[in-house]
Design a protein around this ligand. Structure first.
Ligand code: PLP
Length: 438
């Protein structure tokens, strides 16, 4: 199945007047772009930066369409709210999962229509619900009686989606301890929605971010089926199933996206077949952006730590007499908060933007972030050739929960973002609506 873009205003959405995007022509690669940026740099211009590869997002979208053809993605803005990313998603005609008034405002300001937005947060401030109401955003999630009461007070025409808690035990970031109604309380909640005259149109869940077990989706879809059946008995017209996020965006992830898709498609065909008339949506965040961003950070300081000489060690000749400490200008308070927020085993692998010869002496090195806090550590121990102040390190797969979480703690600037797209993809996106490529 080829890409379908129904959005006739791709040119407008992604046009350079709206949002600066560098177009890579003449076979220039992302690496060429990064090297040019680094070479043009000066002492005054050593700030960290990202390169956002919009082609990567485009390819992920094609992969989504071919693997999950029944599931319409509503991109989770919280994962990465870079304007060029949102414009790209809009050009690809996805929906948007917004978590607050601010995210709804952002989507609307780019020309996204309210029917393409789900306000997917179960604990909303009253004023944000009112904002959604006055701007025509009707679809929203809930998981408690108090939320139903708030919604009935200020958005009585809302189209409600009941979020249920599901097994998230195989995910890096678990969410069901905080959100989602338990199955035992679903009946009472639906009855209460009925008493308040509210319309419940569907069910949502989230198996947790960075899910490692495809069967979690199968179980959750079965749970959702139970809720659909209970709601149908109570007279609700249930028409929407939202299978949330949880899909990795890394090519090297332990479970392939194809495996998740196979399990999901099987469960959907069995429990929500196409003739059930139920629309299926999802809220992927990581999936789209994780591998699209590469971070470049500069070594701003260095300390050499001399090792104590052990005269009895047989290995003394080969053992370097020193270890290195490098201080980067980006760290856990900036782009790398994933090292703290994701599961404890999350690591990143910074690498040099040049080939390393096998003959080069390598030193055990600790890489720190720039702030005064000792938890601001990028890697505990890596073996790299000796580096110098002013050298650059690159880190791949930096697109998820990085730019949207970073702070300027200690006054260090947030990394600048350079979105790039190849001329080929650029032309395809701009022409696809004209030539109706199906
Ligand atoms: N939807 C909701 C309600 C979320 O809380 C999240 C992440 O926290 C997402 C979607 C996106 O999840 P992911 O990035 O794992 O796809």
């Amino acid at each position: 199945r080829a890409l379908v873009t129904t959005n006739g205003s791709v040119m407008h959405v992604l046009s350079p007047e709206n949002c600066p995007i560098d177009i890579l022509d003449n076979e220039r690669t992302i690496n060429d772009f990064i090297n040019d940026k680094i070479e043009l740099g000066s002492v005054e211009n050593e700030e960290p930066f990202y390169v956002a590869d919009l082609d990567s997002i485009f390819k992920r979208h094609l992969k989504w369409l071919s693997n999950l053809p029944r599931v319409k993605p509503f991109y989770a803005v919280k994962c990465n709210n870079t304007e060029a990313v949102l414009r790209m998603m809009s050009a690809l005609d996805t929906g948007f999962d917004c978590a607050s008034k601010g995210e709804i405002q952002m989507a609307l300001s780019l020309g996204v229509t309210p029917d393409k937005i789900i306000y997917a947060h179960t604990t909303k401030p009253l004023s944000h619900i009112k904002y959604a109401c006055t701007h025509g955003v009707d679809m929203m999630t809930f998981d408690s009686e108090d939320e139903l009461i708030k919604i009935s007070l200020c958005h009585a025409k809302a189209k409600l989606v009941l979020r249920i808690a599901v097994d998230d035990s195989e995910s890096m970031v678990r969410l069901s301890s905080k959100f989602g109604a338990r199955l035992v309380s679903v009946g009472k909640l639906l009855e209460r929605a009925g008493e308040l005259g509210l319309e419940v149109i569907g069910v949502s869940f989230h198996v947790g971010s960075g899910c490692t077990g495809s069967l979690m989706f199968k179980k959750a879809i079965a749970d959702a089926r139970h809720v659909f059946d209970a709601a149908n008995v109570l007279g609700f017209q249930m028409s929407l199933l939202d299978i949330g996020g949880g899909f990795s965006g890394r090519e090297d992830f332990q479970v392939k996206f194809e495996e998740f898709s196979e399990v999901i498609n099987g469960a959907l065909d069995e429990l929500f077949p196409p003739d059930s008339g139920v629309q299926i949506i999802a809220e992927p965040g990581r999936y789209y952006v994780e591998s699209a961003f590469t971070l470049a950070a500069n070594i701003i300081a260095k300390r050499v730590i001399l090792n104590e000489v052990d005269e009895h060690s047989e290995d003394e000749e080969n053992r370097p007499d020193r270890m290195m400490m490098y201080y980067l200008n980006d760290g856990v308070y900036g782009s790398l908060s994933c090292l703290i927020n994701d599961a404890a085993h999350t690591t990143v692998e910074p690498y040099l933007n040049r080939a390393v010869e096998s003959s080069e002496q390598r030193y055990q090195s600790v890489i720190w972030g720039p702030t005064c806090d000792s938890i601001d550590k990028v890697t505990d121990s890596c073996w790299v050739p000796e580096l110098h102040v002013g050298d650059w390190l690159l880190i791949d797969n930096m697109g998820a929960y990085s730019v949207s979480i970073s702070t300027d703690f200690n006054g260090f600037e947030r990394a600048h973002i350079y979105p790039v797209v190849t001329a080929e993809t650029w032309h395809f996106l701009n022409l696809s609506h004209t030539y109706n490529i199906y």
